[in-house]
Design a protein around this ligand. Structure first.
Ligand code: LIP
Length: 272
């Protein structure tokens, strides 16, 4: 068995079992703490899911490295080396989780030599398990998925988030890009989870997703999932994706990526 297959199988089993921690709170989790601002929140379940995943993976693979949202929030370094690195968002869409809005997921990406080679995005509330491994395709509940063939913004459904930061300049640019998409595209969708937005692109339900201000843990699994579904995942200004830049653009086709990279109003958050 290829080593990525072995790594993936262990991670998948841990993700499925940790999913129960989320689905036990399908009606919401009203006990939470504030992080960077009053809409950037965390629950004990976020922390427990991350501990379960990192505990299980580090026991099995002691040389592997980790970038976990809540570990970094607790002071751990956010460092991507060539070593096999698990990039984990234990509950992506925490605000949805807190409200009982059932679009949240566990997002686990595996990077080797700084390239995402496997990804798992699991929404236990809706029983949606998105998986991908390098060169082996992208799947939803075991059924292969593919991006759409949309090549122009005027025919595109675009997933895009307001985000959980009140930074004035970033909010101004969010509204500029809202207007761009609403005035020029088929429509705008905000699922409240970067990983699930990217999964919609991978399955052909949306044609593009972009966001400024997300982190590596929000997008690592989505990166490999979209690419294995035949899509494009790059920097929103058109260069290669940089997992630590806090910027992402993924699209069904290269043509749509090129159009958006030339028309989006850009924002450059401080790097992770
Ligand atoms: C969320 C992302 C979402 C973004 C939010 C937040 P979290 O992740 O999935 O796309 O807009 O600001 O970062 O905090 O729920 O794990």
């Amino acid at each position: 068995m290829d080593k990525v297959d072995e790594y993936f199988d262990v991670a998948l089993s841990l993700v499925k079992s940790a999913g129960n921690l989320i689905s036990e709170h399908v009606n919401g989790c009203k006990v939470f703490e504030k992080k960077s601002c009053d809409i950037d929140l965390v629950t004990e379940i976020d922390k427990k899911v991350e501990e379960t995943l990192i505990g299980g993976l580090s026991k099995k693979f002691p040389t592997h490295k980790f970038i976990g949202e809540e570990s970094v929030s607790g002071g751990a370094k956010c460092e991507l080396t060539d070593a096999p690195t698990w990039i984990i968002d234990p509950v992506d869409g925490t605000l949805n989780f807190i409200h009982g809005f059932p679009l949240c997921c566990i997002s686990v990406g595996l990077a080797i030599n700084k390239e995402c080679v496997a990804g798992i995005i699991y929404n236990p509330n809706l029983g949606q398990l998105f998986t991908a491994k390098k060169g082996q395709g992208a799947f939803l509940n075991g059924r292969q998925i593919h991006v759409s063939q949309v090549t122009e913004l005027r025919n595109a459904l675009v997933a895009f988030e307001a985000g959980t930061s009140r930074d004035e300049e970033r909010c101004r640019i969010v509204f500029e890009n809202y207007k761009l998409v609403v005035n020029n595209g088929h429509g705008l969708r905000s699922l409240g989870s970067a990983a699930l937005n990217m999964a919609m692109v991978a399955m052909g339900g949306a044609d593009a997703n972009f966001e400024f201000g997300i982190h590596a843990w929000d997008i690592a699994a989505g990166d490999i999932l979209v690419r294995e579904a035949g899509g494009v995942c790059i920097d929103p200004a058109g260069g290669p994706l940089d997992l630590l830049s806090r910027r992402v653009l993924c699209t069904s086709t290269a043509e749509l990526a090129q159009e958006l990279s030339k028309t989006l109003v850009q924002f450059y958050p401080e790097r992770d």
